[in-house]
Design a protein around this ligand. Sequence first.
Ligand code: FAD
Length: 409
Amino acid sequence: MTYDVIIVGGSFAGLAVASQLRGKMLLIEPYKIGEHQTSACGTPLGVPKGLGLMDSVLQVHRELVLHTRNTTVVVDVSETPFCTFDYRRFCNGMAEAVNAEILRAHVLGREGRKIVTDRGSFVGEILVDASGWRSILENQREGFDRRRRLMNFGIETVAPRKGDKLCFWFDPGAFPRGIAWFFPVGNGSRIGVASYVEENRLAPPLELFLESMGLVRKETHGGYFPAALQAATMGDIFKVGDAAGQCLPLTGEGIRPAIYFGQACGSVIQEILDGGITLEDGLKKYRELVIKHQRIYRALWLAQWLAANLPPQLATFLLLLACRENFLSYIRPRYMRFADPKGLKPVPKEMRNRREGEIGATPEAAILYRSEGDKKAARDPLRGIEGSEKRGREPVKHLGGEEVHAGGW
Ligand SMILES: Cc1cc2nc3c(=O)[nH]c(=O)nc-3n(C[C@H](O)[C@H](O)[C@H](O)COP(=O)(O)OP(=O)(O)OC[C@H]3O[C@@H](n4cnc5c(N)ncnc54)[C@H](O)[C@@H]3O)c2cc1C
């Protein structure tokens, strides 16, 4: 079976690419869309707003709080608020704009234009890698060893503790060379720790952190998140989202870039399908678009390097300095203008009103139907959290001597 476009990965980046495409498309994702959450799902409110997915928002945040060992700084972000959202509802909303066959399968690799999965092989004229940090279409072992050095690692759990602000902790004494967060999501919160240098032994600091709030760790998810922009194309393959290192260093904000670059990539591919430009020109156009944003990645990479490598007191001092209003008024608008959600294309309303079962309903690839159960789950705002607790186990990573669900390692 030959497709115009095959997209590997059905999360933020893959769905954003697919949402811009017409033509014969296959999207390959091992899990039901929206089932496999690995993120705290905090993002500028402009993102769900721009996409027309406000019904996925769990809580709006107008203040960010940064705790260091001795100081607490509250940053007013009411002009460009943040939010936390329900992963399942958000992804299903994006999927409704997708006119693709959705195959539930693991991609194992590729042979030229043929994508090999555990459910057969499929040929695509244009291939997109949106498989996250695994970047599955890249030469696996060799590619991963190289990219590993450019990635952070984080884990998080959910707790029934409510809150009203997005909180971060930078305390090198408690979390050496990393950060911790507390993201309220309405009736509970997502609480996690991340390391800028170490992928192991995050479970003990997470447990201590939870203990300090009188909470216990439940099922934990997480994974790598890239900290350095990578090439946006590899040969004649488009790479989007974490697969192309588009997650921002230091803050670990990867959803907004994955959707922004995903939509841009999808538009370029549609131009190719329409015959307006060649594949070669399309690859170049997408590469050039991504590289224009290189500056913010470099600046944040440097800031992350300083946070991880300077003596703790100096790193803390510089961070607090950056939070002073005169510096913040320079940094904040530049950070928020990047991948400006105002430029996002909304999920077309007429697509969102399609009948249940029409999404990706194809006889041969089979595949994603929204069932009654899914609809019920989507109405429950805490389902995203509980879902992550109930998820089946996958191959695991060992953290602090313990097995932790690592999002499909
Ligand atoms: C603990 C943690 C918390 C985070 N919190 C935030 C946050 O609050 N806000 C934020 O902006 N960013 C956050 N991030 C970063 C953010 O999650 C990523 O940058 C973002 O998910 C990237 O989107 P993506 O679509 O590129 O990749 P992913 O979301 O990783 O999606 C990749 C998709 O590819 C699929 N896939 C993988 N392997 C295969 C295969 N072999 N075959 C087919 N499909 C495959 C996966 O199942 C998945 O659906 C966090 C990251 C971590 C680890």
